[in-house]
Design a binder for this molecule. Sequence first.
Ligand code: SF4
Length: 208
Amino acid sequence: MRIVALLKREYESWDAPAKRFEGAYRRTPFTIMVSVLLSFRTKDEVTLEAGKRLFALADTPYKMVNLDRVRIEEAIYPVGFYRRKAAAILEASSYIIENFGGEVPGSEEELLKIKGIGPKAAHIILESAFGEKTVAVDTHLHRILNMWGFIETSTPEESLEALKKRLTPEEQAGLNRLLVSFAQVICRPARPLCGECPVACCCPASRR
Ligand code: SF4
C-alpha cells in the first residue's frame, strides 16, 4: 500500500500516545495483556498511567492475585469501568495461573478463552508480546481503511478477516500501531487535520 509507505516515513516524528507504552514499564506478555484489558474504552494516556501505577504493585499474575480488588481499583482509577476491569484482571490472573502455569498463552485460540480477551485484544497481545506478524483491528483501522476504500466492511471483525486475506504477514506487522498513532495525531475521528496530512493527495475523504 503506497499510502502506508508514506505514513511510515512520518511515523518517527509523531508524538502519539500509542507510542509511549514502549519502555514505560517492564513489558512482558502479562503486563501487555493487563494493559490491553485496561485499555477498553479508555484513552491511551489514561491506560498508560494506570498501568504504571498497577505494575509498580504487581507485574506478575502471582503478585496480582495477592492484591486486594479494591487496591487494584484504586491503582487503575480513572480508567473506564475500573471496578469491572479490576475484577477482570484478577480473574484473568487466576485463570493463567491455574491453566497455563502463570504464563500468558501465545495462541489466539487460548487467548480467546481468557475472559475479557476478544479478537482485537488477542491480536495486540500476539503482536506486542510474542512478535507475531499480525494485525489488530480497532475502530481506527476499521474507519481509516474503509475511508480509503482499501476494504469495504461493516464491522472491525469483518475488517480483520478482509485484511488477513489482502495483506501478507509482513504487511500486517506494525499496521495497528501506525494507524492508531496516525488517528491520534492527524486523522482524528471528529476533526481530521487534512491540511497537515501526508497522504491527503491519495485520500478520497480529504478536506483540503
Ligand atoms: S486527508 Fe484527512 S481524512 Fe484523509 S487520511 Fe488525511 S487526515 Fe484523514
